[in-house]
Design a protein around this ligand. Structure first.
Ligand code: NAD
Ligand code: TDX
Length: 329
């Protein structure tokens, strides 16, 4: 199995999950080790996998690695919305050109591909509070990040239809868990609080996300690899919708801080108000059930992980906050 982006947050957790629960796979990781990749996340399994440092846009390298694999799981991407607003160009390159490069290689060698994507491709469910995305909802991305992920999904669909490529797509809601970069919402707040600094809420904090544990995401990816129908997309989400303010209050409580003790910072431009996924297809077709339906329990575990693993997140913390200071958030 070739795992692109396997030194990132979800990819590294996927490698651990695969070795633990699906030991029949021999795993090779391709990762460029950008600011978001960290080989130390794979240190405990270093002797059991092969790690290749390289770019998913490098057609020769990708061709060689795909030829040597049966299955490709494509996580590699630029993943952070605020960075995409600041400079969209690496997003177009990695997310669009990179997915194209993977698709051409799996087409040439007739390999099974699973493409990992996001529910953000469907855009904003808005303020009226109702409705959920389904797999047939219209693509309507808001940010450069989600636009490039939408483009990558559409490339996969076209390669399935026109070239008969054996691929599936998943669109997952917001993940949380160990090894998530400190630029993202949950780790940014947890590490701020651990350092005695205020948590930072964009705008009013009314924005709603469906927080999903990374292990539940990765279990779903394996179900889709094993039993998903070629050419199909599957939505993945825990069902646990919460506003950012609610998540923050939960974190403050779990970390013994007074409620409401956070700073409001200027909002993200174009900030989507609400995402929510209808995961009936994944649940009924593939029997997926989240192991972490309870956000409080999942977050408590995640807070404990960040408390115990300062060595992992500390080096990136100051750099990340410097970047936010420049963005005014
Ligand atoms: P991440 O930013 O933590 O990791 C991305 C990894 O890709 C890093 O290891 C990085 O080094 C690598 N990478 C970046 N550019 C590369 C390139 N050109 N060539 C090779 N490797 C490269 O991201 P993540 O949060 O783990 O997300 C993984 C995937 O899951 C992405 O495709 C993302 O769109 C999708 N996704 C993420 C979430 C979420 O909540 N984080 C939710 C749904 C879907
Ligand atoms: O400091 C913060 N304060 C804050 O209020 C940060 C970093 C974020 N936020 C808000 C913005 C969002 O409404 O919290 C919410 C979550 O923010 P992010 O962690 O940046 O996630 P989001 O923009 O929702 O996108 C994430 O989920 C979908 C991932 O980064 C994407 O890769 C994934 O596709």
């Amino acid at each position: 199995m070739l795992v692109t982006g396997g030194a990132g947050f979800i990819g590294a957790n996927f490698v651990h999950h695969t070795l633990r629960h699906h030991p029949r796979y021999r795993v090779r990781v391709l990762d460029a080790l950008t600011y978001a990749g960290d080989e130390r996340a794979l240190a405990p399994v270093a002797g059991r996998i092969e790690f290749v440092r390289g770019d998913v846009c490098d057609a020769r390298l990708v061709d060689e690695l795909v030829a040597a694999s049966d299955v490709v799981v494509h996580f590699a991407a630029e993943s952070h919305v605020d960075n995409s607003l600041d400079d969209p160009s690496p997003f177009v390159r990695t997310n669009v050109q990179g997915t194209f490069t993977v698709l051409e290689a799996v087409r040439r060698h007739d390999r099974r591909l699973h493409h990992v994507s996001t529910d953000e491709v469907f855009g904003d469910l808005g303020a009226d509070g109702g409705g959920r995305f389904t797999e047939t909802s219209r693509y309507d991305p808001s940010s450069p990040y989600s636009a490039t992920k939408a483009a990558s999904d559409l490339l996969v669909r076209a390669w399935v239809r026109s070239y008969g490529v054996r691929a599936t797509v998943s669109n997952c809601a917001n993940n949380y868990g160990p090894f998530q970069h400190v630029e993202k919402f949950v780790p940014r707040q947890v590490t701020n609080l651990l350092l005695g600094r205020p948590a930072k809420l964009f705008g009013t904090g009314e924005n709603v996300r469906e927080w999903t544990h990374v292990d539940d995401h990765n279990a779903a990816v394996h179900l889709i690899l094993d039993r998903g129908r070629i050419g199909e997309s599957y939505l993945i989400g825990s069902g646990g919708e919460r506003s950012n303010r609610e998540v923050l209050d939960l974190l403050l409580e779990l970390m013994d801080r007074p409620p409401g003790s956070y700073e409001h910072v200027p909002d993200r431009p174009g900030h989507d108000l609400r995402y929510a996924a209808d995961c009936t297809k994944l649940r009924t077709e593939l029997g997926w059930r989240p192991r972490f339906p309870d956000l409080r329990a999942g977050l408590a575990e995640t807070v404990a992980w960040y408390r115990d693993n300062e060595w992992w997140w500390k080096p990136a913390k100051e750099r990340t906050e410097e970047r936010y200071r420049r963005l005014g958030r």
